[in-house]
Unconditional design. Structure first.
Length: 471
């Protein structure tokens, strides 16, 4: 969509409605967007299309009846961009455009155009300006031209440092003649931080990003100043901590769109989408009344990321998501009216996925199982079926015993049996309870405890199974 303003009467922002630049569905959910002016009468816009290609459309005020509509086209092949890639563009001369985005392998990619017929978009292929894996998932991307013969690009690296790469139209100063390098220390940027850069005089560049503390941060480089090299001065915060973000409505809409994209994909694409959704939610500015809905969605997105990572044969990365998921669950279940069954379901499901043999991550599985038990420790959510809730609570403790056994903590597993037996007794006292189901589950866990060398605990669980079955 677009709107415009200029100085003529009636041409201010309120004097007309926004209009569509393209057909519906042209952009991939979560796509970046870049616009640039290369002459006073020409506009170019770039985005990631639904097919993963980089697309563009244009407007020229010197054309009869100028409009954006009707001439969108791709400047790359499909699949050129990582899911939800940012896009940046710069016009270093009136006759030249350079576009940047993140490729599927995490490299910084570019494509260019100039007015020479031999240099139009379709006369050459896009190419990387870095090696693969240089960009953090969800990073922003900014390009700037401080002089006509120079381009500088900035993004967040995997270690949270702000990274840069440059090109100068001189011998031995092309993209491939030097490696990208950091302009900050690791950990400077928030996860999925936006990045922006500007050049206000030909010798200087100022770079801005969202810091790990949620503040706006800045650093600068100046080719004409003795201490102007990036490493000669530290970055500085230019706002209070927590000042940068966006509202919950925007975050939830964007995350929902990206999660829907993940559901349609597999492999690395689904992982990228799930990670992007978590990053979008983590950036949201949430007021107290929005906390329940926010944390509920964050837990679901974190679980989705765990699942996608396991599907993509990345069990260690999946396990690394568990502490954040447990922390979000603890925050959520402490809120009045929280749907503790829902939170415990995602934790318990994550524990199952991470357990042996599928996930092979017994420590992370155990942490999720313990959090699931903690989530169910309180009273049932209003309107919940008591028998269903009490069975969930008993089964959570049963699952925790299994996870402890998987983690070679048999004695700790045995110590959970009294709590499990008590939980099943509470369940059996509820209207609609199924005694045979309780007996079967108690008998199953008794067998696991016996195999783990916990004879006394196994006997207690077996006796509870007999009692549940009526004898």
């Amino acid at each position: 969509m677009t709107s415009y303003w200029y100085t003529d009467p009636g041409a201010d922002w309120a004097g007309h409605a926004p209009s569509a630049l393209t057909a519906t569905g042209a952009a991939q959910p979560g796509s970046g967007l870049a616009a640039v002016v290369r002459t006073p009468y020409h506009l170019d816009v770039f985005w990631v299309g639904a097919d993963g290609a980089i697309w563009t459309t244009w407007w020229d005020g010197q054309m009869p009846s100028p409009t954006f509509a009707g001439h969108a086209f791709a400047i790359t092949a499909p699949g050129a961009a990582r899911l939800a890639s940012p896009v940046s563009c710069v016009a270093r001369t009136p006759d030249c455009l350079d576009v940047f985005w993140i490729g599927p392998d995490g490299s910084i990619m570019t494509q260019y155009w100039n007015s020479d017929p031999a240099a139009s978009w379709d006369k050459h292929a896009p190419f990387p300006v870095t090696g693969p894996g240089v960009a953090q998932r969800g990073t922003g991307l900014a390009a700037v031209s401080r002089v006509q013969i120079q381009l500088d690009v900035f993004w967040t690296g995997p270690d949270g440092a702000i990274m840069t790469q440059y090109w100068t139209d001189r011998p031995h100063m092309g993209w491939g003649d030097h490696a990208p390098f950091p302009v900050t220390k690791p950990g400077a940027a928030h996860a999925a931080a936006p990045v922006s850069a500007v050049s206000r005089i030909p010798s200087r560049i100022d770079v801005f990003w969202k810091g790990a503390d949620g503040a706006a941060w800045a650093t600068w480089g100046d080719a004409d100043t003795p201490d102007g090299a990036w490493d000669k001065h530290p970055p500085q915060a230019i706002s209070p901590a927590g000042a940068v973000g966006y509202d919950w409505a925007a975050a939830s809409a964007a995350a929902s769109a990206v999660l829907a994209q993940a559901a349609q994909q597999g492999g690395a694409g689904a992982v990228d989408a799930a990670r992007r959704a978590v990053g979008l939610l983590e950036q949201a500015n949430v007021v107290p009344g929005e906390q329940p809905a926010y944390l509920n969605m964050l837990i679901e997105a974190q679980y989705d990321l765990v699942s996608r990572l396991l599907d993509n044969q990345q069990p260690a990365d999946a396990a690394a998501q568990v502490p954040a998921m447990v922390a979000a669950s603890a925050q959520y279940t402490a809120l009045p009216g929280a749907d503790v069954v829902r939170a415990a379901y995602f934790l318990g499901s994550a524990a199952d996925l991470l357990s042996l043999p599928r996930g092979g991550q017994p420590v992370a599985s155990l942490a999720a199982a313990q959090a699931a038990v903690a989530a169910r420790a309180g009273p049932a959510t209003a309107g919940a079926d008591p028998a269903v809730y009490l069975l969930d609570r008993a089964e959570a403790t049963e699952a925790l015993i299994s996870r402890l056994i998987d983690n070679k903590q048999a004695a700790d597993a045995g110590a959970q049996v009294p709590a499990m037996v008590a939980a099943f007794k509470d369940y059996l006292a509820a209207p609609g309870a199924d005694p045979q189901k309780a007996a079967n589950e108690l008998s199953s866990i008794a067998n696991q405890l016996s195999a783990a060398g916990q004879a006394a605990a196994a006997q207690a669980a077996q006796q509870a199974a007999k009692d549940a079955a009526g004898g």
